[in-house]
Ligand binder design. Structure first.
Ligand SMILES: [Zn+2]
Length: 135
């Protein structure tokens, strides 16, 4: 039961298409690092994280692992709110809140287009994640 590729490729394609239809800037792929939060990074942490991750977040774990353990299709649909402390001015909570408010219509637009497409059968292997899990 590998979690090497934790996201469902079919859901990712559907979400990407929904993002395109909604006119939302949409990026597939990349590396997500999950840190315990809510909190902001130090400059040292931020530089370290930036060296190997594209997005830093405080959710996704353990949900992604639990989804794999239940052999569920899983997807991360996230909006980027800030640049952490990569830029000169460290991010403030008000910056995050403002950006989340600005992104709200984008994520709703994606969900309005994505959710109706989720009911059909899938050809992915997510439901077989446990087939060879027993030792
Ligand atoms: Zn799947």
């Amino acid at each position: 039961m590998s979690t090497a590729d934790p996201f469902c490729p079919e859901l990712s394609l559907l979400a990407s298409a929904a993002g395109g239809e909604a006119g939302a800037p949409f990026h597939r792929g990349g590396t997500y690092i999950c840190v315990e939060g809510p909190r902001f990074s130090t400059r040292a942490e931020s530089r370290f994280f930036r060296g190997f991750a594209d997005v830093i977040g405080m959710t996704l774990v353990p949900e992604v692992t639990l989804a794999r353990e239940k052999a569920l299709c899983y997807l991360c649909l996230a909006t980027v709110t800030d640049f952490d402390v990569w830029q000169e001015k460290p991010v403030e909570a008000a910056d995050v809140t403002r950006t989340m408010r600005e992104n709200q219509h984008r994520i709703l637009g994606v969900l309005e287009r994505l959710l109706p497409k989720l009911g059909g059968p899938r050809g992915c292997s997510c439901s077989h994640a446990l087939d060879s899990a027993q030792i």
